[in-house]
Design a protein around this ligand. Structure first.
Ligand code: 5AD
Ligand code: SF4
Length: 474
């Protein structure tokens, strides 16, 4: 049976681009009358996938004639690209929407849009349309490519626009993209997730797994290289599933090998891998392709086999540890990171000890740990908690203590060594310091001239902290 093509037809993309031209004409008119260009402010919550989506939003807005600002107080258009993975991400957005209400009272012509994973949930979209009447546009992840049409209607009809079409999701190629960093880029290779981990909202808000065509990915990376990019991070909720929905006899390892061949690319990263699908072929590929960074993010979520089963993760603690052992054997200096959830409803204190066990056994370079957050519509949302909030918080703090000591120890191993660093720019905390990353994704801070941004430099590591390294240019 022929598979349904999930691509948004090129004619539809062109139709959206026509809306961008129309908005651009309106914005030019505005410029001529007001002697200033209309400004847009975008904010991103959540994961790299969202960051990448915002780059597309900004690409479209730039073509529509907007100038960018970071200040909502002066922006003519504000768009929040939201995350629904945990409740605190949603609370932040609700808080910001409250502030925007006051700003809009003083600037009634301002347009406000809310998009992304929060907007894709029906109960949230309903709450926003009822309680936050100052939000002009509400559109979900599946409607991202329709932003031009939605924005055009909001400008010209002055009517509130809502598009949270429920679907399995599409792939929209050829949207304009505006990236801030020219030397490194995120490249989505697939969208959606089929795994339905029992705690997770992602499959409900991002639709089913769908892979981009390899030639579209390679073409995007070739264009990036032409613009000075040397490092790409291939993105997907579960990159190990890449290609399974294409009838092309290609898997993620094959794709990595194709990217490895691209002249001009020096570093390849990817995220996220699912332990159940992470196999020997990928390990061999990582070990044999020189451009693939010696870094792996492999979320294990929980150490207890009972909890893993309840979470619908489809692997055991032992299988996870075996896979890590294989990776370490094939790539001895690999830097490892993971995601961990503390306080899944069925997790007991004894189960939590298995999580600590895995953390101590693997010795990750870093972990991303989260307290379980109940998500409406997921199977786990119906469960009662075994542990109290206080016990969960205590376990969470203990996990951080255990990991911080390991992270520091791992970073100490770098002291005295020389590392190759791709310079990002000035450090966030200190304007006089440059910051960059090693192949193993460690942050390195050192003194140097800003003209080094985007270049690879050798840095001798002088001292180590829990989260970063300090060094001096060699
Ligand atoms: N509560 C807490 N953490 C979650 N994650 C996903 N869903 C939830 C939830 N309901 C975490 C997982 C995932 C990471 C992106 O977010 O660890 O790997
Ligand atoms: Fe969520 Fe699991 Fe899919 Fe990751 S693999 S996005 S945790 S459902």
């Amino acid at each position: 049976m022929k598979k349904k093509d999930v691509h948004v037809p090129i004619e539809e993309i062109q139709r959206q681009k026509d809306f961008l031209n129309r908005i651009s004409a309106i914005n030019t008119q505005f410029y001529l009358q007001n002697e200033r260009r209309r400004t847009a402010c975008t904010r991103t919550y959540g994961c790299q996938q969202n960051e990448n989506d915002t780059e597309k939003i900004r690409g479209m807005l730039e073509e529509a004639g907007y100038k960018f600002t970071d200040d909502e107080n002066i922006a003519d258009l504000v768009i929040y690209n939201t995350c629904a993975v945990r409740e605190n991400a949603e609370m932040k957005v609700f808080g910001r929407l409250g502030i925007l209400k006051h700003i809009k009272e003083k600037k009634p012509d301002m347009l406000i849009g809310l998009c992304g994973c929060m907007a894709q949930q029906e109960h949230i979209a309903e709450k926003i349309s009822k309680t936050y009447s100052h939000v002009d546009m509400i559109f979900g992840t599946h409607a991202l490519y329709k932003l031009p049409e939605i924005l055009y209607s909001a400008i010209t009809d002055k009517k509130r626009m809502i598009d949270i079409d429920v679907s399995d999701g599409t792939i929209a190629e050829n949207l304009p993209v505006k990236r801030e960093n020219t030397s490194k880029a995120w490249v989505s290779i697939m969208y959606g997730c089929n795994n339905f981990c029992s705690y997770c909202i992602v499959p409900y808000v991002r639709g089913r797994e769908r892979s981009r065509m390899p030639e579209d990915i390679i073409c995007e990376i070739n264009d990036l290289v032409k613009n000075g990019c040397t490092e790409v991070t291939l993105l997907g909720q579960n990159v190990n599933s890449y290609g399974k929905d294409l009838h092309l006899d290609i898997d993620f390892s094959d794709l990595l090998k194709m990217v490895d061949q691209i002249e001009g690319i020096k570093r390849i990263r990817f995220m996220t891998s699912h332990p159940k699908d992470f196999g020997d072929k990928l390990i061999e590929t990582m070990a044999s392709c020189s451009k693939i960074c010696r870094q792996l993010h492999l979320p294990f979520q929980a150490g207890s086999n009972k909890v893993l089963k309840d979470m619908n993760r489809n692997y055991t603690k032992e299988e996870y540890l075996q896979k890590i052992a294989k990776v370490k054997k094939a790539i001895p200096d690999i830097s490892l990171s993971t995601d961990i959830i503390v306080g899944y409803p069925t997790e007991t204190n004894e189960d939590f000890e298995d999580t600590i066990d895995v953390v101590k056994a693997v010795e990750f370079d870093s972990i991303f740990s989260f307290i379980y957050s109940r998500r409406t519509g997921t199977p786990a949302a119906k469960l009662d908690f075994v542990l109290s909030e206080k016990e969960i918080q205590r376990n969470f703090n203990r996990l951080l203590d255990v990991q911080n000591a390991i992270s520091k120890k791992k970073n100490d191993e770098y002291v005295g060594k020389i590392a190759e660093v791709l310079v990002d720019g000035v450090s966030k905390n200190d304007k006089d310091t440059l910051s960059g990353r090693t192949d193993s994704a460690k942050i390195v801070n050192f003194k140097g001239d800003l003209s080094l941004a985007g270049k690879y430099v050798k840095v001798r590591i002088t001292d180590a902290h829990t989260w970063s390294l300090n060094g001096e240019l060699v």
